[in-house]
Design a protein around this ligand. Structure first.
Ligand code: IVH
Length: 668
């Protein structure tokens, strides 16, 4: 009994600590724990909970992705309807809005301006301080219960410090970077791309499998609550402050204004820096600050009269499509890019725009010489929105899609369930060169000096047929290539030679197994420790890895079943490529006991005996966190020769400084 109380107390302590660290990281953006510290505590909690399932509670950080796969979402009726907003498109519209409110109330009004986040609105209900329900807006009266997915959003607290019974509302969104990365990988997979971060967020929140939603990196900003009485606040400004105090993420960017001139200035300021924000906004929401005044002004059936949404004009431009280029990627997917007359759009000159896939091109009926409207998806990627049919030349013909690969000229296939066309020829030079670029890239085998033009020559000259052939290249062969000098040829051979000693996860990344990126490669290498064990692993054994799903397991299994893959791996092994995991196993690195384990370390200056990457990997395998800049949070700076400002800063902050040799000695 005594024993159980102690275990329960430890579980409580770990939960509290992990939730606090997570809050500092995701909500306050001020992390105090290193990734290694977090992982260590998380795994301790996981182990204790596995032994004592009776102590697992819904607010445990291990339970964020505990939700089951659903057949469909349950409908939920909102206790207070989730209204929408009326729109303003100009300063005049805002002036009219202000005049209306002044007339209604007979006084000047104070406003709070907030960014209009381009996502989808959600409502979070807490009972007794525990997250009970996460719901979409739906039609405003009835939404969908997406609790399982909302629980995977790291910035949503699962429990509050006090037993509040409240509902808070806000916007769920996908950061621009995550949107770009998601679409890039979907394009490579031949899947449909999302038109913008809002659709991507909505699509992710409406996933029936919370495991998929969890991978989509969603976030929230909360901005309203029907529970203002419980929260004891009387203005929007106080509400936002109170919500932040309780532990919700609120957007730090907002301004209290007394006049529409002030509001307009703020709109212009934000408009000018809109591109730099890490999330997409589509305007500004202007709200009456005082709640009593809000009630006095009241509502229409659809929207409050006391707020208005100013919408930024859509950033669009017109240009003419002159050509369509088709490129073959590593997985054989053939993607179209429009080549257009140069045009200015949201701060850059745009000449090319992704057309994503053949289905999208057909749907939008994009033809050569068409005048098109372009915009930037996620504020970053130029895309063709639509064709201006009135400007279509009379002689225009539907675009003729390629039926053969632009590189190897084999027939292209339009597979069922895919929006893309694929070249299925495994020997297609484009796929081979792309695959080799991936193999030598920094995150994979890290062979610096081997760029796309050299790889192209390798194939053209018949020096290589596959990645194993890289390991039999000779100096004489390299010197015969175009534009390669003695020194760079030697460097290339050295980089190839050094790569033989890489830890297994780099090879796994480099092989380009579908769905296996650097993260999954590391998990696989750490778990199976050598290639042979991985090659022989069954689906069940693969699924033993925490967080590794069916799709990756199936892809790994089918990859290693191919005779050509088995031959390739044998060849790599015969040429001396390491097939083992050289880092610490999870358990080892947690218990490494090295003096730098759990410390935050900065590398600066030129290292003589190690490359930066090696030093970083060594440190990480000891459980240290390597960061780029020196601050009060830095524990140790490792300085090579000609170290500059970072070393000065470390000295001025009194931070411990080590030489490269001291670091190497500590490893001995
Ligand atoms: S307040 C009564 N504040 O914009 C409606 N909405 O066009 C309360 N939105 O449905 C909404 N950022 O999804 C509010 N700071 C913000 C917002 C915001 C984005 C969305 C919200 C709303 C839509 C209306």
């Amino acid at each position: 009994m005594k024993m159980n109380t102690t275990i329960q107390q430890r579980i409580e302590q770990l939960k509290e600590q992990l939730n606090r660290w997570s809050h500092e990281y995701y909500v306050e953006d001020k992390p105090t724990a290193t990734d290694a510290e977090y992982d260590k505590a998380y795994h301790e909690l996981l182990a204790l909970e596995k032994e004592h399932p009776e102590f697992v509670t819904a607010d445990s950080p291990t339970q964020r992705v505990g939700g089951e796969v659903l057949e469909q979402f349950q409908k939920v009726t909102h206790t207070n309807p989730m209204l929408s907003l009326s729109n303003a498109f100009s300063k005049e519209d805002l002036e009219e809005f202000d005049a209306r409110l002044r007339k209604l109330t007979n006084r000047a009004i104070e406003y709070v301006c907030e960014l209009k986040i381009d996502g989808l609105s959600i409502a979070l209900t807490y009972q007794n301080g525990q997250l009970q329900l996460g719901a979409t807006r739906g039609d405003g009266t009835t939404g969908e219960d997406v609790t399982g997915n909302v629980r995977t959003i790291k910035s949503v607290p699962l429990s509050l410090k006090e037993p509040w019974n409240i509902e808070v509302r806000g916007e769920c969104y996908m950061p621009k970077k995550s949107f770009v990365a998601l679409n890039k990988s979907r394009e490579e997979e031949g899947l449909e791309v999302f038109a913008n971060p809002r659709n991507a967020a909505a699509g992710s929140l409406r996933q029936l499998d919370p495991k998929i939603a969890a991978k989509r990196n969603l976030s929230v900003f909360l901005y309203s609550s029907p529970s203002v009485e419980e929260l004891n606040v009387s203005t929007q400004e106080e509400l936002l402050r109170k919500m932040a105090e309780i532990g919700f993420v609120t957007n730090p960017e907002r301004l209290k204004c007394q006049t529409i001139d002030e509001v307009w200035n703020y709109i212009e300021t934000i408009g000018a820096k809109r591109q730099e924000l890490p999330y997409e906004i589509d305007g500004m929401v202007i709200k009456v600050n005082d709640f009593a005044t809000q009630e006095e002004i009241g509502y229409t059936v659809k929207a409050p009269r006391w707020a208005i949404a100013y919408k930024f004009p859509a950033e669009e431009a017109q240009t003419v499509v002159r050509d369509v280029e088709w490129t073959v990627g590593r997985t054989g997917v053939v993607t179209p890019t429009a080549v257009m007359d140069p045009v200015q759009l949201a701060g850059t000159t745009v000449r090319r725009a992704s057309l994503h896939n053949i289905d999208l091109m057909k749907e939008r009926d994009i033809r050569l010489e068409d005048t098109v409207v372009i915009h930037k998806a996620g504020d970053i990627i130029p895309e063709v929105t639509r064709v201006i049919l009135e400007k279509r030349p009379a002689t225009s013909q539907p675009y003729e899609f390629p039926t053969t690969c632009p590189v190897c000229h084999e027939k292209l296939e339009h597979l069922e369930d895919e929006v893309a066309i694929r070249c299925l020829n495994p020997k297609c030079p484009a796929q081979l060169t792309e695959g080799m670029s991936h193999f030598v890239s920094r995150n994979a085998m890290n062979m610096s000096g081997i760029g796309p033009s050299i790889i192209k020559q390798f194939f053209e000259e018949g020096l290589v047929l596959d990645v194993a052939d890289l390991y039999k290249l000779t100096l004489d062969q390299l010197l015969e290539l175009d534009k390669i000098q003695q020194k760079s040829a030697e460097n290339i051979l050295e980089a190839i030679e050094n790569s033989k000693a890489n830890s297994l996860e780099r090879l796994l990344t480099g092989l380009g197994i579908r769905h296996v990126g650097t993260k999954a490669a590391k998990e696989l290498a750490q778990h199976f420790e050598n290639m042979k064990a991985l090659q022989e692993a069954s689906i069940e054994q693969l699924l033993e890895i925490d967080g590794l799903g069916d799709i990756i397991a199936y892809s790994v299994k089918t990859y290693f079943e191919q005779p050509s893959v088995q031959e390739l791996i044998q060849e790599l092994q015969d040429r001396g490529v390491n097939m083992s995991y050289l880092g610490k196993t999870k358990a080892d690195s947690e218990a490494s006991g090295h003096i730098l384990s759990g410390k935050t370390v900065v590398l600066t200056g030129t290292l003589e005996q190690l490359t930066r990457q090696d030093a970083k990997e060594k440190l990480e395998s000891l459980g240290a966190k390597v960061t780029g800049s020196v601050s009060k949070k830095t524990d140790v700076v490792i300085a090579g020769y000609s170290a500059g400002s970072k070393l000065d800063k470390a000295n001025s902050l009194g931070i411990e400084v080590w030489s490269e040799q001291q670091f190497l000695d500590s490893l001995a």
